[in-house]
Design a protein around this ligand. Structure first.
Ligand code: ZN
Length: 468
């Protein structure tokens, strides 16, 4: 549908401009004062228009376990997560909708779903997420989370030999699933794309990486993975490769301008140089890194080295929400405590650019998304500057990034289609979604993860913690 936004505020090099914006066939056709009206009129007065942000790393089905897993580090947290992972595609569908609603209502127009697959129902899992994202209309990059090594191989051995169990699916079978997902669901022109997404070096063989690289090259797919999220993963990479995981990914040829790397907490100077040289993108997940005690990613160093950085919420079981504005706020002010030189600190405008253009760049979509520019696709968010949380009037972007915006998102368009109007998602029945999430879950007061019990003593020993 074509439309013209009238008298809307947009950021200018200095301050803000009031302009009209024409949207024709899903793209921005013109931005200037006093344009002729094409299509319907949208009143932009007292509103701020920004490009949609990208929730550049999440796992939608973790929504079923948010607010629940005790405060433990990633290696134990994930053991509990997998013990109780959802096993029905219907749950995948509902949590993908929930993830999309929360992303849209916190400024996001694109989600990168590093999707945990139900064993034996892998394609049904992907189909359920695709169905949800198509229905709601958010742009989605679905990155089926794959590995070919068992969870216990993800822990450093500390020099002790241990028996490792064999993963339930072969590397070839995993790659065949990915091929099927590409054949069935990869339709970037319709807003749904598949990515290759080995979970991370800690649980993946070189053969799996190589297979992913081949698929990525053949179908022009983005590449995604977790990288050096915890200190334990850094230790493990030393044990596994004898040198850094980043160095190893470079040798394999996995890093390029369409590779986005979630977390990147434990990289050293040489690793950072590799990311800059290969043009890979870092996805900063500050809330998850704090929640799991993983550490503070050296985001200011990445920026100074010329590495592209964007933001993600990470899955809702380690955050425990999908509020993208919250992740952007914490992810930009957190680094003030890491560098005394305040001239390096991130400004709200830099944060907006990281969340929009930075995210688009990491997906190889910088020519199509991420800024208000003529010719780009109309993935847009309109903020209501009369919302109580954005008053009194000072600086709109400062209020949005440093404040705690509530009911601030008035409209959202993806590919020029309106999917949020008057603060409400219009494409799906949100009260019905709430009802289903409520009725298909229960309050938990106590649950015990058998795998955490099994891992804990070994984890404490290799990390130098006192025995229990
Ligand atoms: Zn993750």
């Amino acid at each position: 549908m074509n439309f013209t936004l009238q008298q809307v505020l947009i950021p200018a090099t200095q301050g803000y401009d009031t302009v009209d914006v024409q949207i024709v066939d899903g793209r921005i056709a013109a931005i200037a004062a006093h344009l002729e009206v094409i299509g319907t009129t949208v009143d932009g007065r007292n509103k701020l228009l920004l490009p949609g942000f990208i929730n550049a790393h999440t796992h939608s089905s973790e929504m079923w376990q948010r607010g629940l897993i005790p405060p433990v580090p990633l290696e134990l947290w994930i053991a509990e997560l997998y013990d109780f992972t959802p096993l029905h595609p219907e749950q995948i569908y509902l949590s993908a909708l929930g993830t999309a609603v929360e992303t849209l209502l916190s400024g996001g127009t694109t989600v990168v779903d590093h999707l945990v697959l139900i064993p034996g129902q892998e394609i049904a899992t992907i189909a359920a997420a695709v169905k949800a994202y198509r229905e709601i209309g958010i742009r989605a990059f679905i990155a089926p989370l794959i590995q070919d090594q068992e969870l216990d191989t993800g822990l450093p051995t500390g020099g002790r030999s241990k028996e490792t169990s064999v993963y339930h699916r072969s590397t070839d079978a995993t790659l065949a699933i990915l091929q099927q997902a590409i054949d069935q669901f990869h339709h970037p022109e319709q807003g749904i794309a598949i990515m290759v997404a080995p979970t991370g070096p800690q649980l993946c063989s070189d053969a799996l990486f190589t297979g992913c690289i081949e698929l990525s090259d053949r179908y022009h797919l983005g590449r995604h993975l977790h990288l050096l999220e915890t200190q334990a993963q850094k230790l493990l990479a030393q044990e596994k490769y004898g040198y850094s995981a980043v160095e190893h990914l470079k040798h394999l040829g996995f890093l390029n301008h369409r590779t986005s790397l979630a977390h990147c907490v434990w990289l050293d100077e040489a690793d950072i140089e590799i990311l800059a040289a290969t043009q890979a993108t870092v996805v900063h997940n500050p809330l998850s890194n704090l929640r799991l005690g993983s550490g503070i990613a050296p985001i200011l160093k990445y920026q100074q080295a010329g590495v592209n950085v964007t933001f993600g919420c990470d899955g809702a079981a380690s955050n425990d929400s999908q509020d993208l504005l919250e992740a952007i706020k914490i992810g930009s002010i957190l680094h003030n405590v890491t560098d005394l030189d305040y001239r390096h600190w991130l400004t709200p405008r830099q944060a907006v650019e990281m969340a929009s253009l930075g995210g688009a760049t990491g997906l190889g979509m910088a020519n199509e998304l991420g800024s208000l520019a003529v010719g780009k696709q109309a993935d847009l968010v309109l903020y209501d500057l009369t919302s109580l949380s954005l008053l009194p009037r000072t600086d709109p972007i400062g209020l949005l990034i440093w404040g705690r915006p509530t009911a601030a998102i008035e409209s959202v368009w993806v590919r020029g289609e309106q999917i949020v109007a008057q603060h409400q998602v219009t494409t799906i029945d949100v009260p019905a979604l709430r009802h289903q999430l409520f009725s298909q879950s229960q309050w938990h007061t106590e649950r015990q993860s058998p795998t955490v019990k099994q891992f804990e003593a070994h984890y404490r020993s290799v990390m130098g913690l006192p025995a229990l």
